[in-house]
Design a binder for this molecule. Sequence first.
Ligand code: GLU
Length: 300
Amino acid sequence: MHSNAQQQNQAALSRYSGRFAPSPTGPLHFGSLITAVASYCEAKSQHGRWIVRIEDTDIPRIYSGSEQHILSCLDAFGFESDAEIIFQKDRLHIYESVLGHLQSQDLIYACQCTRKMLGSNHIYTGTCRHLGLSFDQQAIRVKVSEQNIQFHDLLQGQQSANLALELGDFVLKRRDGIINYQLAVVVDDYLQGISHVVRGADLLDNTARQIWLGRLLGYPELCYMHLPLAMNDRGAKLSKQNHAQALDITQSSTLLLKALIALGQLPVDLDQPERMLTQAVAQWDRRQIPKGGEIRGIFA
Ligand code: GLU
């Protein structure tokens, strides 16, 4: 399977490759800026590459115009992707072919259960695992096992999850045909030769699923670093769903400085964003990032 890509992947893995992978479900906000800054500085301070990927498979949740807003925002903040920016909605055939591979290995199955049938704890008990349903217009689930999945997160420390007990077989493709984030992210991190994932701690509990899927596909394991989440002064997470304020590109230098300070870094001189990022990379010290799950403040 994807043998050329496999070779490219091996070559790329010999050095640090990081990424910033926003979903265009709304404009970028201060929490997104923290992730962009940290993933960028981690990669560049290790002489690695840093790429941008737009994760837009969940069409119903895409907010029209936000892809463009994200790209111009990154530009205004001085970020430049080291590879062509890919859009996942153009790569559905790749995810389908990976599903085909998993099907040929009997690692996935079709499921007709509705959300209601899952019960209140949302753990899927494998009702459809042995029914041999046709894949047409059904959700597709991947089989999980009871083994503990352990990994060391560079900020959050040792992590362990048991997918069978905590979640059950999980969905890779929805009944409406939408490819799930878990599948697209694992395939693209692999095909793009990503070695390090730096993202918000709200995604920490997705990681075991992604490691499991990567193992089933024979992909090398990645390093993970989950950043504390920016909270507003009322203690709520800044998120697109909470309608966090969009980044104001006319304030890019000031906001960059605030993001670096929120990440525990030494301040940089107020300047053009590109020059501020260069200084931030030179001073970058991961050990200063607050360890817990949250960063509080007034981030507008
Ligand atoms: N697309 C995801 C988001 O915007 C991030 C995915 C990731 O970093 O793994 O929340």
